[in-house]
Design a protein around this ligand. Structure first.
Ligand SMILES: [Fe+2]
Length: 172
């Protein structure tokens, strides 16, 4: 019998009871939020790496290098997010199908845009990930889930700073 997709909500995994002081319901809600953050972060990682490969024009050198620094940071960020989901007793999504369903970001365009359009897409991507991270805070606060709140704070700092840097490139 075909299994139902668990892409929309975090599926409980552990067969051993978890007693960390956060209810099953709250762990499920937080893991669901973190699954959306993971999907957003992975999607933005892939788009940034794509643009590192495909950027062209007079700003090639600086954008190629800047996109590399950004995709490396995003790549390193997905692991702590996924492992927090696991610590909460849920399955971390990790397929293109699940990420496509969960992500608030569009997939990278099939045809490479012009360099400054890449910068605009990435700026909007960082803003979108920041909105997703911020939306999880009330759940973490309510459950006194400090490790998740700490992770969200770190991610928000990076996404808002990177959005500012990209936004600055777009200003006249
Ligand atoms: Fe490279």
């Amino acid at each position: 019998m075909a299994k139902k997709s668990n892409a929309g909500a975090a599926a409980p995994r552990s067969t051993v009871a978890i007693h960390i002081g956060i209810s099953d319901k709250d762990r499920g809600a937080i893991a669901g939020g973190l699954s959306r953050l993971l999907a957003d972060t992975y999607t933005l990682y892939l788009t940034t790496h794509n643009f590192h490969w495909n950027v062209s024009g007079p700003m090639f050198n600086s954008l190629h290098a800047m996109f590399m620094a950004q995709y490396t940071e995003l790549w390193n960020a997905v692991d702590p997010i996924a492992e927090r989901i696991r610590s909460l007793g849920h399955v971390a999504p990790g397929s293109y199908a699940q990420f496509g369903q969960l992500s608030s970001l569009k997939d990278a365009p099939a045809t490479p845009p012009k360099a400054m359009e890449m910068v605009r897409i990435l700026m909007e991507g960082h803003e979108a990930v920041a909105r997703t991270a911020r939306s999880i805070f009330p759940l973490a606060d309510k459950a006194s889930d400090e490790p998740t709140a700490d992770l969200l704070t770190q991610r928000l700092t990076v996404h808002e700073q990177t959005a500012w840097m990209l936004r600055s490139l777009l200003e006249e």
